[in-house]
Design a binder for this molecule. Structure first.
Ligand SMILES: NC(=O)c1ccc[n+]([C@@H]2O[C@H](COP(=O)([O-])OP(=O)(O)OC[C@H]3O[C@@H](n4cnc5c(N)ncnc54)[C@H](OP(=O)(O)O)[C@@H]3O)[C@@H](O)[C@H]2O)c1
Length: 265
């Protein structure tokens, strides 16, 4: 039985990360990959070296069972025009675009089933997070098959919640990086060299991330570090004085939800 290929359209920051994750885990056999890219990309070339087809004649798309949209939301409709006449009617459209609704994508792809996926670029190391939503069970299964090997997946049953999931996990890595930068700056202000402060802050982020690998609750993890009346507890009290930290994080997520909602209108 011939296997039907997977098409990846767009090998930018996220498209490259997805491709790297698939190649590293073997989640998708490179021989089953068709990649569409206007310019040469290292991740696509690595896939080509292992058997993927790059920009083949568009007739090759007729065999595809899944078509992953990895272009920017402003480009997707234009990018759809060229490929649409060549796709099989049952090809599942997998969109990683922020903010474009499933129904809109399905209309742009002549009624084909759609699964929306909001991944982080950690998929490159098979350590991503991906939120999935689909109205169609078969489309959801395709999304799970493509992303479970490279991400922790969270399934939503309400598409409207994609905004909240985007604001928490799509944007989240940048929040942690911004916090890490602030931590390094604070260390510098207390006399550490810029290099020592940056290394300590970054290594601490990695170390803290290792701590959440298990199933222990977040309060218990905090308690492991912060003994009553101790140094860390003094820091934590100052960090969240009058709920300042909780409020700042809530404001960030609320603002991101509002922006995501505005962009999808
Ligand atoms: N970056 C993230 O962390 C992230 C997270 C979640 C979701 N997303 C979503 O992922 C999508 C891509 O974002 P990105 O950050 O990866 O953007 P990006 O780096 O700008 O990548 C977009 C890619 O699309 C390619 N492209 C444009 N027109 C095309 C066409 N007609 N056919 C094939 N490829 C085409 C571009 O190719 P050229 O380079 O040759 O112009 C570019 O490499 C967006 O919809 C975004 O909402 C991104």
């Amino acid at each position: 039985m011939t296997r039907r290929p997977i098409v990846l359209q767009g090998v930018g920051r996220l498209g490259s990360a997805i491709l790297e994750g698939w190649l590293a885990t073997g989640a998708v056999d490179p021989a089953d990959l068709i990649i569409l890219t206007p310019s040469e990309k290292p991740a696509a070339e690595a896939a080509r070296a292992r058997g993927a087809r790059i920009n083949p004649p568009l007739e090759a798309l007729a065999e595809a069972r899944a078509f992953v949209i990895g272009v920017k939301p402003a480009k997707w409709l234009e990018a759809a025009q060229a490929v649409l006449p060549h796709l099989a009617p049952d090809a599942v459209i997998v969109s990683v675009m922020a903010g474009v609704r499933g129904e809109t994508i399905s209309q742009g792809y002549a009624g084909r089933p759609v699964v929306r996926v909001m991944p982080t670029t950690g998929v490159a190391q098979a350590r991503g997070v991906a939120t999935l939503w689909a109205a169609d069970a078969a489309a959801l299964a395709v999304g799970q098959e493509l992303f479970e090997p490279i991400a922790e997946t969270v399934l939503l049953d309400d598409e409207a919640l994609m905004h909240a999931a985007t604001a928490v996990s799509g944007c989240g890595p940048a929040y942690y990086f911004a916090f890490t930068r602030a931590l390094a700056q604070a260390g510098e202000a207390e006399g550490l060299s810029p290099e020592a402060a940056a290394r300590l802050a970054r290594a601490t982020l990695r170390s803290a991330a290792a701590g959440v690998e298990g199933t222990e609750g977040l309060d218990a993890l905090i308690d492991r570090v912060a003994s009553p009346g101790g140094v860390t507890q003094a820091g934590l009290v100052a960090l969240n004085e009058n709920g300042a930290l909780d409020r700042a994080v809530q404001d960030a997520v609320t603002a991101a939800v509002a922006k995501s909602t505005e962009l999808s209108a």
